[in-house]
Design a protein around this ligand. Structure first.
Ligand code: C5P
Length: 227
């Protein structure tokens, strides 16, 4: 079967990364979590005091963008790549609610987007890639053979993210997570540069009532149709 590009977009916590990881494993494709890249840039900005809940030094961050090196390093035990920022594994640090609450502000900056989109396009040159994010089917790979747009209710999504954070021992409340999910949805869909929209040729999947296995089967059938 010929290798294709699979673009998965959608709101936060719609299960994009779970599906993308399953697909990559099943098909022997490379999985790229573009949200991790925006999160790593946000962590870098936090470490340099360029972003906090009530302040964003756009110019400071833009001037130092060249200092940010992002890499995915494949972890065979997990079966996917982990995010490295300037040589350090930052998987844990980028998944906190603090980073989640600041990342959409950083992702609004066009210079940040241009840098990350260039790297993402380079990673997809060989095809055989499944990439998830907000602008993959619209901006990064407008010619992707298969585009999916994932959806689920905000309450379902907040509950999923809350369960994940709790399992990691993070002491957050469901209300905090729901607030974060709703705020990010708003910023991600209303920003000027590359807002989250469903690509015209994307297939919408609402997984509020699908098990992971059912969803994977639906999408594998789509891959067979498009490859
Ligand atoms: O996918 P995840 O929830 O980890 O993404 C974190 C944030 O990064 C999103 O809320 C969005 O603001 C930003 N993002 C983006 N474009 C992408 C991927 C993520 O703007 N392709």
């Amino acid at each position: 079967m010929k290798k294709i590009t699979i673009a998965i977009d959608g709101f936060s916590s719609t299960g994009k990364s779970t599906l993308a990881k399953q697909l990559a494993k099943e098909l022997g494709y490379v999985y790229v979590d573009t949200g991790a890249m925006y999160r790593a840039v946000t962590l870098f900005a936090m470490q340099n005091n360029w972003v906090s809940p009530n302040h964003l030094d756009r110019e400071g961050l833009i001037a130092q963008l060249a200092q940010i090196q992002l890499h995915f390093v494949f972890n065979p035990e997990l079966g996917f790549g982990e995010m490295y920022l300037n040589g350090n594994n930052v998987e844990k640090e980028i998944r906190t609610l603090e980073v989640s609450s600041l990342v959409s502000k950083v992702a609004e900056i066009s210079e940040v987007r241009a840098k990350l989109v260039e790297q993402q396009q380079a990673m997809g040159k060989e095809k055989g890639i499944v990439m998830d994010g907000r602008d993959i089917g619209t901006v990064v790979f407008p010619d992707a053979e298969l585009k999916l747009y994932m959806n689920a209710s905000a309450a379902t999504r907040a509950q999923r993210r809350f369960d994940e954070l709790q399992a990691k021992g993070d002491s957050v409340t469901y209300e905090e997570v729901l607030k974060n999910v709703t705020e990010r949805d708003y910023i991600d869909t209303h920003r000027a540069d590359s807002p989250l929209v469903k690509a015209e040729d994307a297939i919408e999947i609402d997984n509020s009532h699908l098990t992971r296995e059912e969803q994977l089967q639906v999408v594998l059938d789509l891959v067979n149709e498009h490859a």
